[in-house]
Write a protein that binds this ligand. Structure first.
Ligand code: G3I
Length: 368
């Protein structure tokens, strides 16, 4: 009965808020190389660690090609938006588990790992939270209650969590203040909210693996230093932290030396290393209508995907290889198209979920 209700809720939700993709001018699909006859490599069996993807419940419900590629190629799922406060905690006294439950149930049915994203973030919080008038004691109980409730709801089903996402700015300073770059959490609860968030998550599910997640470790040495010092402090204080996520929203010109420095320095902490939101864009987030999916760009994209796989395998000890997750399935779903409002083709699968040269770059990087 629950599944029928859930399906109807999702169907209505899907109709109401299908993931909005900016309408882009149709482009000629890239040249797709057919798999080698007889021996078809796929991501999850070529990799010696989990290969994940961040997904959306309405696309999972409504798009068969999307679903088929997820099932065929991946063994780990990250909830792109469904577990963020805006989706799962829409008002102070209500929780909406519909979208996240659909993903988690799908994963359990298909024996896939689920990585929960994210318990605390400075961005995209619901209006009620941004306007919440409580004092620091009230904010502390709000944070604690959310973490205990959500992690408790998925206890035994969600393997791991991004407990705190993007706590530092690119200068390596803890985000603070009420600007969009600031954080409600550090402002209301002080710098040490991070440690308490990890403790609450461990209290809710002692078996869950708990991660700190961020972007920019590959290009901002000061942010990398700040993250390493946070990890070292938590480890010294025996605060439960098990892993660190490097989002790696990189581009075709990203510096491999920076990528490798971030991987090796964070691997040296002994934590599990998750490349948590991998995509490789062409524009480096700059609006540029002249960018096309040219062969040159496609080959450059293939090259960097391949290099990231090789660097991860070279620099992260097998016991610390939590896995590599791409952020969205195919180019048509990419967050980038609506974020920068223009064409982008950042993923291994194209608008029709066909394998691009980038896909074969991943396979080569996993095999060599
Ligand atoms: O659900 C509404 C829909 O009702 C409305 O019609 C539509 C148009 O306004 O918006 C829909 O919500 C959007 C939501 O994605 C679902 O598609 C939000 O506006 C939009 O801001 C939200 O963007 C997400 C963003 O995080 C903010 O939450 C992206 O999909 C998601 O890929 C992105 O992911 C983040 C990670 O969580 C953290 N690391 C960076 C990464 C990229 O920004």
């Amino acid at each position: 009965m629950k599944k029928i209700v859930l399906f109807i809720c999702l169907l209505l939700a899907a109709i109401a808020c299908k993931k909005s993709n900016v309408s882009v001018t149709p482009v000629t699909p890239p040249v797709v190389q057919p798999p080698v006859a007889g021996v078809e490599d796929i991501l999850k069996t070529t990799a010696t660690f989990p290969m994940g993807v961040a997904i959306d419940p309405s696309l999972l419900l409504n798009n068969k090609k999307y679903r088929d590629v997820i099932l065929k190629e991946h063994n780990s799922l990250t909830t792109e938006n469904a577990m963020k406060w805006q989706a799962i905690h829409p008002s102070e006294n209500s929780y909406n588990y519909g979208g996240a439950d659909y993903i988690v149930d799908f994963a359990v049915e298909n024996k896939m790992r689920v990585h929960g994203h994210t318990l605390l973030w400075h961005a995209y919080n619901p209006t009620w939270l941004n306007n919440y008038k409580g004092d620091s004691t009230a904010f502390e109980s709000l944070m604690k209650k959310h973490i205990l409730e959500v992690v408790g709801h998925y206890k035994g089903k969600v393997t791991s969590w991004d407990v705190v996402n993007e706590a530092f700015d690119d200068r390596g300073s803890l985000r603070k203040g009420s600007t969009t770059e600031g954080s409600i959490w550090s402002t209301k609860l002080g710098n040490d909210y991070i440690a308490r968030a990890f403790q609450y998550a461990a209290e809710a599910d002692p078996k869950a693996l708990l991660f700190y997640n961020d972007y920019g470790q590959e290009y901002s040495p000061s942010k990398l230093r700040a993250i390493i010092s946070l990890i070292t402090d938590l480890q010294k204080r025996k605060i439960p932290i098990h892993g660190v996520g490097l989002q790696f929203h990189i581009n075709i010109n990203s510096d491999i030396a920076g990528i490798e420095s971030a991987l090796s320095q964070l691997a040296a902490t002994g934590l599990k290393i998750h490349i948590s939101e991998l995509d490789v864009n062409f524009s480096n987030f700059q609006k540029n209508a002249s960018i096309t999916f040219s062969d040159a760009n496609s080959m450059a994209q293939k090259k960097i995907y391949k290099q990231v796989m090789k660097s991860y395998r070279k620099l992260v000890p097998p016991a610390q290889q939590f896995g590599i997750t791409c952020w969205n399935v195919g180019d048509a779903d990419s967050w980038l198209r609506s974020a920068i409002q223009q064409n982008e083709w950042p993923l291994p699968f194209d608008d029709n979920y066909l394998r691009k040269p980038a896909y074969f770059g991943i396979i080569e990087g996993l095999k060599e």
